[in-house]
Design a protein around this ligand. Structure first.
Ligand code: AMP
Length: 587
C-alpha cells in the first residue's frame, strides 16, 4: 500500500478536502496517492488503471484544484466511451466540487436532446464530460469552444479505441489549445494507445500500480456478479444462507460502514461498524465483542480492519471491491486465522470485472463465480433453525405450565392438536417468517449487454457519428418531441444518482439506456425523460420498482420544480399513451 495515508497530506484545497471527507473517503487509493501530486504539479499523466481503483478521483480532484474560479468557459474536458461512464464521471465531479462556488459540470452524450445541451453550454460550465461523437458535433457546430481549456482527460482510452472512437479522439485532441494538460487512463496499453500518448502527451509521468503476487491458502474464494443496487439484498442472503461463525464485511467509506451496520441491525443481526473515525477504546471494545461472540458481523473499512486477528471470523465479504490485489489479500487474510478454514466472497459489478481478473492474476488463484442462496435454501435453513430451537426447548425446559394451558385451549377453542400447534407456530415465526421461498426471487444477474457491446462490436450511441469518411452533413435527429418527462419519487436526499435511475429503468422496463433521456435530480424526487410511446404496462410496472429503497411511483411530470412539495401519485388519465415497445438499440 502507498505511503500517503490521508487526503490532507495531498496538497488539495480545503473545499475539496471537505467534500471528500463528507463522502466518507478515509484514505487515498494507491492510484490517487500517485496521480494527485503529479497532476497538481501540472504534469501530463499516463495511468494504467481499471474501474474500481478510484481513478476518477485520481484525476478529478487535482484538476478541480487547478480550476480558475469565475471563468465560465470549459476548462476541463473528459472524454469517456459510454454515456453511463460520462454520467458517472460527471456525478463524481459534482460531488467533489460540492463546495466550489458557482461550479457547473455538464455531461454530453448521444441520445440526449441537443436543445438541453445547448442551453447548458450557453449558461457556461467549467467541466464537460462527454462521449467523443457528441463532443465532435458540438465542436463542429461551434457550440463548444475549447479556447480556455486547461486540461483534457481520456478515460478508458482502450475502450474508446475498441469502440471505434479513436479517430474522433485524435481530432478533438488536435482542437485543444497548446500547453493544456493531458491525463490519459487506460486499463490496458495497446500500441495505438501508446502511440496517442507519445503524440499528445509531453514528458508524461507513467503510473502503473504494481501488483505484488502473494498467495492465500486455506481460503475458499468466490465472487458474485451483481449491480450495485443489488448488494444489500445479496449480503443479507449470504449472511443467512452461508455457514460461518463470525463475518467481516468490507466497504470503502466510513459512511457505508455505518449505513450497512444500521441496515443489518434492523434485520436482526448482532452487528457493529469499524472505521477510522472511532477512537481506540471504542475500536478495542468492538473487537472484544466480536471475539466474545456478542457480535457476529462487523462492517469495516480497510484501514480500520488492519491487523485484526479474530479466530471466529470465517467469512469475509468484499461488499465493495478493493482497489488492488494487495488490499484484497489483506482483507481476506482476516479469515483463515490460526490454521482454520475461511471463506471469502467478492461482489463484482460488470464494470469491475477487469479488476477481478487482475486480482486473480496477482494471487495466482482462480476466484470462482457463485450464485446466491435461493429462497428455497433460506427457507430450509430457517425451518431447520426453528426446529433445532424447538427440540432444545422440549429437551431443556419445564413445560408443565404451558402443557396445562394447551389442554385448556384445546377444550375451549375446540380445535385439533395440529391446528393449535400450527397457529402457535404461525405466531412464533412472524418476526422471521418460515415460508419465504417466494419472497426471495433469484437475483437477476446483471445483463451483460454493456459488456457485450464493449467487446464484440463497435457500438455507437444514438447521435454518435460513424467514421469520418462516412459522415454526411448534419442535421441529426432531434429527440425532444419523442419524450415525455416523468416524475419519480426518489431524489438526492435518498442518495440516488442518475446512474441508479438509468440502471433501474433499463433493467426493469427493459428500455435500452439510449432511450432514457435527461435526468434531473431534486431533493425529494427526480424527473426523467422516457419515450412517449412507452407502453402502459411498463409504466404500471415502473410504479412498483424501488430505487434506493424508495418506490418510484412514476407519474407524468406536471412541471416539477425544486420548491414544489412532492406531489401525490399520478393524476387520473396522466398515464402514458400506450404504443409500441421502445426496446431495442438502433444501430
Ligand atoms: P472509480 O474507480 O473511479 O470508478 O471509483 C470506484 C468507487 O470507489 C466509486 O464509488 C468512488 O466513490 C469510490 N472511491 C474512490 N476513491 C475512494 C477513496 N479514496 N475512498 C473510498 N472510496 C473511494
Amino acid at each position: 500500500m502507498s505511503e500517503v495515508t490521508s487526503f490532507a497530506e495531498l496538497d488539495l484545497p480545503e473545499a475539496l478536502l471537505k467534500a471528500v471527507a463528507e463522502l466518507g473517503y478515509e484514505t487515498p487509493s494507491p492510484i490517487q496517492a500517485e496521480s494527485i501530486p503529479k497532476l497538481l504539479a501540472g504534469n501530463d499523466l499516463l495511468g494504467q488503471a481499471q474501474t474500481g481503483t478510484g481513478k476518477t478521483a485520481a484525476f478529478a480532484l487535482p484538476l478541480l484544484a487547478r480550476l480558475e474560479a469565475g471563468q465560465r468557459e470549459p476548462q476541463i474536458l473528459v472524454l469517456a466511451p459510454t454515456r453511463e461512464l460520462a454520467i458517472q464521471v460527471a456525478e463524481a465531479f459534482q460531488s467533489y466540487a460540492k463546495y466550489l462556488p458557482q461550479f457547473h459540470v455538464l455531461p454530453i452524450y448521444g441520445g440526449q436532446s441537443y436543445s438541453n445541451q445547448l442551453r447548458s453550454l450557453k449558461r457556461g460550465c467549467q467541466v464537460v464530460v462527454g462521449t467523443p461523437g457528441r463532443i465532435m458535433d458540438h465542436l463542429d457546430r461551434g457550440t463548444l469552444v475549447l479556447d480556455k481549456l486547461k486540461a483534457i482527460v481520456l478515460d478508458e482510452a482502450d475502450e474508446m479505441l475498441r469502440m471505434g472512437f479513436i479517430d474522433d479522439v485524435q481530432v478533438i485532441m488536435d482542437k485543444t489549445p497548446p500547453g493544456r494538460q493531458v491525463a490519459m487512463f487506460s486499463a490496458t496499453m495497446p500500441t495505438q494507445i501508446r502511440a496517442i500518448a507519445q503524440k499528445h502527451l509531453s514528458n508524461a509521468h507513467e503510473i502503473k500500480i504494481v501488483t505484488k503476487t502473494s498467495t492465500v491458502e486455506r481460503i475458499t474464494q468466490r465472487f458474485v456478479l451483481l449491480e450495485n443496487n443489488q448488494k444489500l439484498d445479496a449480503l443479507t442472503r449470504l449472511l443467512e444462507g452461508e455457514d460461518y461463525d463470525a463475518s467481516i464485511v468490507f466497504v470503502r467509506t466510513k459512511s457505508a460502514t455505518e449505513e450497512i451496520a444500521v441496515k443489518l441491525g434492523a434485520r436482526g443481526y448482532a452487528v457493529a461498524s469499524l472505521n477510522g473515525d472511532m477512537n481506540q477504546t471504542h475500536r478495542e471494545q468492538t473487537i472484544r465483542r466480536i471475539k466474545d461472540g456478542q457480535l457476529d458481523v462487523i462492517v469495516a473499512t480497510d484501514v480500520a480492519a488492519r491487523g485484526l486477528d479474530v479466530e471466529r471470523i470465517s467469512l469475509v465479504v468484499n461488499y465493495d471491491i478493493p482497489y488492488d490485489s494487495e488490499a484484497y489479500v489483506h482483507r481476506i487474510g482476516r479469515t483463515g486465522r490460526a490454521g482454520r478454514e475461511g471463506k471469502a466472497i467478492l461482489f463484482v459489478s460488470p464494470r469491475e470485472r477487469r479488476l477481478l481478473r487482475s486480482i486473480e492474476q496477482a494471487t495466482r488463484q482462480p476466484i470462482e463465480q457463485m450464485t446466491l442462496p435461493t429462497g428455497a435454501v433460506i427457507e430450509q435453513r430457517r425451518i431447520q433453525n426453528f426446529r433445532a430451537e424447538l427440540a432444545q426447548s422440549i429437551e431443556t425446559q419445564d413445560l408443565t405450565f404451558f402443557q396445562g394451558l394447551i389442554a385448556q385451549w384445546q377444550e375451549t377453542l375446540d380445535c385439533a392438536d395440529n391446528e393449535l400447534a400450527a397457529a402457535l407456530l404461525f405466531m412464533a415465526q412472524k418476526d422471521q417468517p418460515l415460508n419465504v421461498a417466494a419472497q426471495f426471487p433469484a437475483l437477476r444477474e446483471p445483463s451483460n449487454k454493456r459488456d457485450r457491446e464493449r467487446s464484440d462490436r463497435p457500438v455507437r450511441e444514438r447521435g454518435e457519428r460513424p467514421d469520418r469518411a462516412e459522415r454526411g452533413p448534419k442535421p441529426r435527429r432531434e429527440m425532444k418531441g419523442d419524450y415525455t418527462t416523468y416524475r419519480i419519487e426518489v431524489g438526492k436526499e435518498h442518495g440516488v444518482r442518475a446512474g441508479d435511475i438509468v440502471g433501474a429503468i433499463a433493467n426493469e422496463a427493459n428500455i435500452d439506456s439510449q432511450f432514457i433521456g435527461n435526468i434531473k435530480l431534486f431533493d425529494q424526487f427526480s424527473t426523467v425523460e422516457l419515450p412517449a410511446t412507452m407502453p402502459a404496462e411498463i409504466f404500471q410496472h415502473l410504479k412498483k420498482v424501488y430505487v434506493r429503497k424508495q418506490k418510484l411511483n412514476i407519474s407524468v411530470d406536471q412541471g416539477s420544480t425544486e420548491r414544489r412539495a412532492p406531489g401525490p401519485g399520478p393524476r387520473p388519465g396522466a398515464g402514458p399513451r400506450p404504443g409500441a415497445a421502445p426496446k431495442r438499440r438502433s444501430q
